[in-house]
Design a binder for this molecule. Sequence first.
Ligand SMILES: *[C@@H]1O[C@H](CO)[C@@H](O)[C@H](O)[C@H]1NC(C)=O
Ligand SMILES: *[C@@H]1O[C@H](CO)[C@@H](O)[C@H](O)[C@H]1NC(C)=O
Ligand SMILES: *[C@@H]1O[C@H](CO)[C@@H](O)[C@H](O)[C@H]1NC(C)=O
Ligand SMILES: *[C@@H]1O[C@H](CO)[C@@H](O)[C@H](O)[C@H]1NC(C)=O
Length: 523
Amino acid sequence: MLVNIKSLFTLAAATALVRGQEQATAPEDSAVVRLTTDTFEDFVKTHPLVLAEFYAPWCGHCKTLAPHYVEAAAALESKNISLAQIDCTVEHDLCMEQGIRGYPTLKVFKSNQFESPAEYQGGRTADAIISYMVKQSLSPVTVLEGEDAAADFKDLLEESGQPVIVDSGVEGANATFYELADLFRDDFTFVQYAQEGKGNLAIYLPKSDDPIVYDGKQTTLADLLEWLSVETKPYFGEISGETYQSYMASGLPLAYFFYSSPEERSTYEEFFTKLGKEHRGKLNFVGLDASLYGKHAENLNMKEQFPLFVIHDLGKNLKYGLPQLSEEEFEKLEKSLELKTKDVAKFVKDFFAGKLEAVVKSEEIPEVQESSVFKIVGKNHDEIINDAEKDVLVKYYAPWCGHCKRLAPIFEELAEVYAFDSDAKDKVLIADVDATLNDVNVEIEGYPTLYLYPAGNKSVPVVYQGARTIESFLEFIEENGSNGVNGAEILKRKAAEQEAAIEDGDAEEEEVVEEAEVEHDEL
Ligand SMILES: *[C@@H]1O[C@H](CO)[C@@H](O)[C@H](O)[C@H]1NC(C)=O
Ligand SMILES: *[C@@H]1O[C@H](CO)[C@@H](O)[C@H](O)[C@H]1NC(C)=O
Ligand SMILES: *[C@@H]1O[C@H](CO)[C@@H](O)[C@H](O)[C@H]1NC(C)=O
Ligand SMILES: *[C@@H]1O[C@H](CO)[C@@H](O)[C@H](O)[C@H]1NC(C)=O
């Protein structure tokens, strides 16, 4: 399971926020425009650039924002940039249409893109709003021409704290370049600067004079997006709430260096930058501030002993870490560790050679199965689900999850149905795994998650989304499993046998109860 580091960051950000006492609704005489369900669309379509705040009068963050919003609105009015407010406690329909789920939500609308507003991504102070919105109103591409162009270009490279993407006159790529620039105007600086003898696309990373030249044949938007996603990353980056998503999205393995102090980070900067350059496009390298996010080590199956080096293969969800000390050894060292660069270099080499063994989080394989539901652990998960003869239904659960607890007796009963029949018990396996204690390479979005791995068709698992009743599970396994075991029929036989074992008097009583229930249903 991928544990989301983002929650750590969100928490830190939330506690840092200070709440003001102001009104959330802008005063009548301010430059903020109040819009309603009736006036919204028309206004947005006739104004070139609109920042819309969807809010609720009681919301604390909205109150904090209010004075800044009013100030920014006044400053931007003359530039034809409008700031609007929509009170979602009144304008239910509009806010529903806009998919508003939290307050305040800020969206940027351009008159020609009413259907596809962009999330506002700037800060929440007047200055931040002003500079963000002014930037939105300008062309996303800086065109450098004339005699000063060379000097301007040099300045721009020096001053821009972000990657600079340069089009030096690629034929037929102008429209795509503008499209790209519009998408990433906040993250990168886009420049058109035609130079003699050039005609390519290049990226200049901050503090680097070496352009990274695009060598792809096509310049479609998809090609360029892919190129940017790899090449705009620093050779040795930093993981934070903002960068985490882009590293996850790249899908490349991620090598973490957990450091304890800024000094420690800078000692290793050159070393990791070199490694990052060498393995560009195959492995990303990042630093992580252990004093803030050290707990993330646990998600990577490592102990909180820093500095620490660990590679997370995102595709396979496998984690590889440089060996760590036992708790006692670590105490003895008085917690001062040394990370040798030559060990790291060798480790990375071995990673690519496939020589490393992953650190798998797993409970011990049980010696005896204590329940009729087969208990899977991290170490044997893949082997069990890939049993070629069996349809294997697995419940991925967390011990604290209420839905999982309610499902447990039904699962138990389900397992007993197949165990009851000598043929079926070799064809269907009902299993579960505590996904908080065991690494499994399965996408889990909530607990419980249920997957069926059909016999002879293991690469196409089927997610169970039906009702959580025994009948529904039995039907699902019959239809979606490869062995077509008729569980309903077994259940009937099993029930009949049990009934036969019950004394006559009791059985009659049961029947009466059932009849009564049927009648009740029909009423
Ligand atoms: C503001 O936008 C309107 C509508 O697009 C346009 O007619 C007007 O000329 C613009 N004014 C300025 C100062 O840009
Ligand atoms: C490139 O496209 C932009 C946006 O459509 C346009 O304003 C600009 O004139 C174009 N430049 C060239 C050289 O065609
Ligand atoms: C494997 O599963 C797919 C999708 O459920 C199905 O279309 C296909 O017929 C199955 N193949 C076999 C051999 O059962
Ligand atoms: C079989 O799986 C599909 C896909 O998840 C589902 O729509 C269908 O309802 C399942 N069949 C039964 C009988 O549950």
